[in-house]
Design a protein around this ligand. Structure first.
Ligand SMILES: [Zn+2]
Length: 335
């Protein structure tokens, strides 16, 4: 345990110097008892050693400051979830030349602009929010809601799908990963079902879909180009990168992360977008929530191809650690 603490301390000090927000996060992590939690997992004597710790330590070495929240959330069984559930409308803003944020502070909604209309990703909690946050945010940004050609749900959970009826009433096609239509009353037609590897094109923009079960059975990722001052980057927007449930869902999520890694590595994804940035990537969250702090020619959503792969690797290692924790729990219960 001493070793992890020492590493944590030095990394935290380094990150604390980087930005004020990181310093705040470090304080939050220190007071939320990260070392205590890890220490608790390591307790129990030599014959009762926690075999997940080497994996946790390995993941921690891969955890950049902006991902410490992800690490603390996914590398233990009862990680902190402090940043969730404080949802106000966020300031709508343009994140890239062709990509816009129209979500809340705790859960996202985004618009991708193509030469042939707009694609909306996720719909927040309710039809009221679809109107008062998404549609009104779009108008504020000069985007015409009547030009929405397609709505994509990253998955079926209510914080992403609640506003869907608003768009279906207006006859906008809605696309969802196959198994997730179950909780949404069934797929209206075969074209509304997203399958793995499917490509949908609007004018100059192609979106490649991945099926990445684990969070739900039909969670999807969407890969598309974004432009920063005309320079092309490739983004992955993935709903629910972390599993909900026990051992089986974690194994599924590990497979999905491997799928994400292989597809995005060959494609060269260097931008990651998550519906809950506050608990996944605090660097991205800070950037999205505070347009007034953005500097010209510095887009913090561009993490680089290597940075993105390292993040996915860290998450996968955390999930593997959790599998070990689950197995140990089961063995202990059966003793
Ligand atoms: Zn969810």
């Amino acid at each position: 345990m001493k070793k992890i603490r020492a590493t944590a301390g030095s990394t935290m000090m380094r990150n604390a110097g980087r930005a004020f927000f990181s310093a705040g996060l470090v304080m939050a992590l220190l007071t939320s008892g990260l070392p205590a939690e890890l220490a608790a997992q390591g307790r129990g004597g030599a014959q009762n050693q926690d075999l997940s710790l080497p994996l946790v330590e390995q993941a921690f070495k891969m955890a950049e400051g902006r991902y410490l929240m992800s690490f603390s959330r996914y590398c233990m069984l009862n990680g902190p979830n402090t940043a969730n559930g404080k949802g106000d409308a966020a300031t709508p803003s343009r994140l890239f030349d062709n990509f816009y944020y129209v979500g809340r502070t705790d859960v996202g909604a985004w618009v991708l602009r193509t030469s042939d209309g707009l694609v909306l990703f996720d719909t927040l909690y309710s039809t009221d929010e679809a109107e008062s946050i998404i549609v009104s945010g779009m108008r504020e940004l000069g985007l015409d809601p009547d030009e929405i050609r397609m709505v994509v749900l990253t998955h079926s959970h209510g914080d992403h799908s609640g506003g869907m009826p608003y768009f279906r009433e207006r006859e906008v096609p809605v696309l969802v990963g196959g198994p997730d239509w179950e909780g949404l009353g069934g797929a209206p037609n075969p074209e509304s079902i997203i399958s793995d590897g499917q490509v949908v094109t609007f004018g100059d923009t192609s979106i490649t879909f991945l099926l990445i079960p684990g969070h739900t059975n039909g969670t999807i990722g969407a890969m598309f180009p974004v432009f920063e001052n005309g320079e092309r980057h490739l983004a992955l927007l993935a709903g629910g990168i972390g599993p909900v449930g026990g051992l089986e869902q974690h194994r599924t999520a590990i497979d999905s992360l491997a799928h994400v890694a292989s597809v995005t590595e060959s494609a060269g994804v260097d931008v990651f977008v998550d519906p809950h940035e506050a608990i996944i990537d605090t660097g991205a969250w800070e950037y999205i929530m505070h347009p007034e702090h953005r500097l010209p020619n510095q887009n913090n959503l561009i993490v680089g191809a290597d940075g993105f792969q390292q993040f996915i690797q860290m998450l996968s290692t955390c999930m593997q650690a959790r599998v070990v924790m689950f197995e140990q729990q089961a063995a202990e219960a059966g003793r």
